[in-house]
Design a protein around this ligand. Structure first.
Ligand code: GAR
Length: 206
């Protein structure tokens, strides 16, 4: 089983979807550890309820991003983590994590990248007036939501939508898309070629 380390800053509903998919044996993976940069993050409670080690790392108590990420890397390594999953992690990943887990960090974003990167994907899509938005799972590089795209799901934007109703419609798809992307990674079916992620088909049985 592929060992996952999940980094989350908040509610942790994507973490929950990943833990549930692992527990139900829908994906050949298990969440080994959860790290949050927010003290009261509900994600930490969800991990503890599931019996998964959960750590709060206080960014302010470290001397910069490098030191903070080094502490995260130590925990991830001690937990035998092979793939780092960002799930509502609201910090830009720095050099230390990127170098240690090159091509082994993925993220979910609540918009169809490269449209509407950043902290407010749903609000920005709504304000722009697009008729379709969605979510994206991608490999993480040094940019803000710029890495090679693994999977996307489209979601209609309705005229009556508020940021909350659109976010909820997108979130429903996120909870399916993220486990699916992790499954592809765990099955060894993702190949990154430049900007593109190739998904290997399963060999036809017969
Ligand atoms: C999700 O919608 C995720 O796509 C988004 O934050 C939410 C976290 O929810 N991530 C970003 O906006 C990253 N820039 P969750 O904590 O319930 O999984």
């Amino acid at each position: 089983k592929l060992r996952l380390g999940v980094l989350a800053s908040g509610r942790g509903s994507n973490l929950q979807a990943i833990m549930d998919a692992c527990r139900a044996n829908k994906i050949p993976a298990e969440v080994a550890v959860v790290i949050s940069d927010k003290a009261g993050a509900y994600a930490l409670q969800r991990a503890e309820s599931a019996g998964i080690p959960a750590h709060f790392l206080d960014y302010a108590s470290f001397d910069g991003k490098g030191a903070y990420e080094q502490a995260a890397v130590t925990i991830l390594k001690e937990s035998g983590v092979q793939l780092v999953c960002l799930a509502g992690y609201m910090r830009l990943v720095g050099e230390t994590l990127l170098r240690t887990y090159a091509n082994h960090i993925i993220n979910i974003h609540p918009a169809l990248l490269p449209s509407f990167p950043g902290l407010h994907g749903q609000r920005d899509a709504l304000n722009y007036g697009v008729k379709v938005s969605g979510c994206t799972v991608h490999f993480v590089d040094e940019g803000m939501d710029t890495g090679p795209i693994i999977l996307q799901a489209a979601v209609p934007v309705e005229e009556e939508d508020t940021e909350e109703t659109l976010a909820a419609r997108i979130l429903e798809q996120e909870h399916k898309l993220y486990p699916e992307a992790i499954k592809l990674f765990a099955q060894g079916r993702l190949r990154v070629q430049g900007r593109k992620v190739m998904i290997q088909r399963l060999a036809n049985p017969l």
